[in-house]
Design a protein around this ligand. Structure first.
Ligand SMILES: [Fe+2]
Ligand SMILES: [Fe+2]
Length: 278
């Protein structure tokens, strides 16, 4: 079985900067011969506040000739409690109405694919607990299947034991709960997006992967991170027991540079930048 993972498409009918790249990646998906597409979030430019971004992006997803499973990103359902757009009931309801469940399970032969909503991690509220209860149950009743987890945010950036990285990764407390569950259930893969950097690694017996975006890379606005800046996708080939994951740079995609267009795309984020970086 072949899964294509795409991430961070950042689509919108009004901010159209990355829509051409959608056409290119859709064609590439067809030629790659994928059985399934998994999208690891930031489907939209601003689905967190703009319903039209979400309906527009979903129309494009539905044109793909294979099934698509999607987990939300911070630009789709909001982010941490102290952010400009915190996840709330209205944002989650919009996602669930227009896209589908924000966490899900999908079985394929010997594999159980699990999609997580990483944006509700760290809230310490009922939504977060409900997802953890569901995850525990979903791992416990996997009936010997191997497990691959897909989520928007990576578990960590530089070090598995690092402190709170704020915007970039899962907070230490829910991260530890995920580590414990992953170890207990022999999870083969945790694959994410969000960073707009592509990287492969391994921690405590689990393969880790950050998918490249299809939209933009970040030049000097953020610090260097592990891995590579590129636009592309990931090919996951699932064997009986093992998963082989290949990060693919897709030359048909334009590597837009965020630094040059941040004022147009995310004006609120641009305003927060120190003067020197603007
Ligand atoms: Fe993104
Ligand atoms: Fe993101």
């Amino acid at each position: 079985m072949k899964i294509v993972q795409i991430s961070d498409t950042h689509l919108s009918p009004s901010k159209t900067h990355f829509n051409d790249n959608w056409e290119s990646i859709a064609r590439w998906i067809e030629t790659a011969g994928a059985d399934l597409v998994v999208h690891t979030g930031d489907l939209t430019i601003d689905g967190a506040d703009c319903e039209k971004d979400m309906t527009f992006a979903m129309e494009l997803m539905r044109e793909l000739p294979v099934p698509v499973l999607i987990v939300p990103g911070n630009h789709d359902v909001g982010h941490l409690p102290d952010s400009d757009q915190p996840v709330d009931a209205a944002r989650l309801a919009r996602w669930r109405k227009l896209v589908g469940p924000d966490y899900w399970v999908s079985d394929h032969g010997n594999w159980r694919l699990i999609g997580l909503n990483s944006l509700i991690l760290g809230f310490e509220n009922a939504e977060e607990e409900r997802q953890f209860d569901w995850l525990e149950e979903t791992l416990a009743n996997r009936s010997g299947r191997r497990v691959a987890i897909f989520a928007h945010k990576p578990l960590f950036v530089d070090d598995p034991a690092e402190g709170d990285t704020g915007y970039w990764s899962v907070r230490p407390k829910p991260r530890q709960r995920l580590y414990d569950l992953m170890a207990q259930h022999d999870v083969a893969l945790h694959a994410s997006g969000h960073l707009h950097w592509a990287w492969k690694g391994r921690h405590a017996g689990t393969d880790l992967l950050w998918a490249p975006p299809t939209s933009f890379i970040i030049d000097k606005l953020e610090r260097e991170m592990p891995g590579e800046r590129l636009v592309g996708a990931v090919l996951h080939r699932l064997g009986e027991e093992h998963i082989d994951s290949e990060i693919v740079a897709v030359p048909e995609l334009t590597p837009h540079i965020f630094d040059h267009i941040i004022d147009e795309i995310y004006p609120r984020a641009a305003k927060r930048l120190p003067e020197a970086a603007r």
